[in-house]
Design a protein around this ligand. Structure first.
Ligand SMILES: [Fe+2]
Length: 203
C-alpha cells in the first residue's frame, strides 16, 4: 500500500498508493458521481471544491463500507506520514471534499493555491485522467494515477495541469489535516462564529 519510491522528502510531501481505490475503482467512481449529484441538490450550482467548509466527503452520503475502508486506509497513511516527520498523532482531524471537474472547470477552479491554514493537505486520485499536479516551490511534478495519494504540508503552492483533454469529469478526493484545537479560545467564541464543524476525528 505504501509506495515512497517517488517521495521527495526534501519538501516533506510523500506519495502513497490506495489499494482500496484500485480494488473498488468502478464503485468509487459511481459513489463520487452520486455524491456530486447530492452536493448539487444541496448546493445548486456551487463548486464541490470551494464549498469544502460546508460538508465532509466521508459523511455526506452516510455510512458505506467501501468509503469506510478508504478512510481507514487513509488514516494509516496519515499516521505513517506523521511518524516519519516525528509529529504527534494525538487529536488528528480531517476535512474532506470532492474535486469533480470537466477540463474547463478544472482550469477555472484549481489555479495556483495552497492550504496554508492547515497542517497537512493531500488528495486521493479516483479518476484523475491524464493530469499532473505541480508544486511551485519545489517544481515537483506528480503524474496522477488511479489510487495515487499525496500528503504534504498545507503551505505548499500547487495546481493541476491537463496533459490530455478528457470527456468525463476528473475525480479526486481532497483533504486537510488539522491537529489539536482549531481555535484556542473555542469556548469563548460567539455562536455565530465560523466553526469548523465539517471536521471529523481521524486519529
Ligand atoms: Fe489544493
Amino acid at each position: 500500500m505504501i509506495d515512497n519510491s517517488s517521495a521527495e522528502k526534501q519538501y516533506q510531501s510523500l506519495l502513497y498508493s490506495s489499494k482500496v481505490v484500485t480494488d473498488n475503482y468502478d464503485y468509487l467512481v459511481k459513489f463520487c458521481e452520486q455524491l456530486h449529484k447530492r452536493h448539487q441538490y444541496l448546493m445548486p450550482g456551487e463548486s464541490s471544491s470551494w464549498t469544502y467548509s460546508k460538508y465532509n466527503f466521508f459523511t455526506l452520503m452516510g455510512s458505506d463500507v467501501i468509503v469506510w475502508k478508504l478512510l481507514k486506509e487513509l488514516k494509516i497513511m496519515i499516521v505513517d506520514y506523521l511518524n516519519k516527520h516525528n509529529e504527534s498523532t494525538e487529536s488528528i482531524w480531517i476535512e474532506s471534499w470532492l474535486n469533480y471537474h470537466t477540463p474547463q472547470q478544472l482550469l477555472k477552479d484549481l489555479p495556483w493555491h495552497n492550504h496554508v491554514e492547515v497542517k497537512l493537505h493531500g488528495y486521493i486520485s479516483i479518476r484523475p485522467h491524464d493530469t499532473k499536479t505541480i508544486f511551485f516551490e519545489s517544481s515537483k511534478v506528480i503524474d496522477n494515477k488511479v489510487g495515487t495519494v499525496m500528503i504534504g504540508p498545507g503551505a505548499n503552492y500547487h495546481k493541476v495541469e491537463i496533459v490530455e483533454p478528457f470527456d468525463t469529469p476528473r475525480i479526486t478526493i481532497a483533504f486537510d489535516i488539522h491537529n489539536g484545537n482549531y481555535e484556542m479560545n473555542l469556548l469563548d467564541l460567539p455562536v455565530d462564529a465560523c466553526y469548523n464543524s465539517n471536521y471529523i476525528p481521524l486519529v
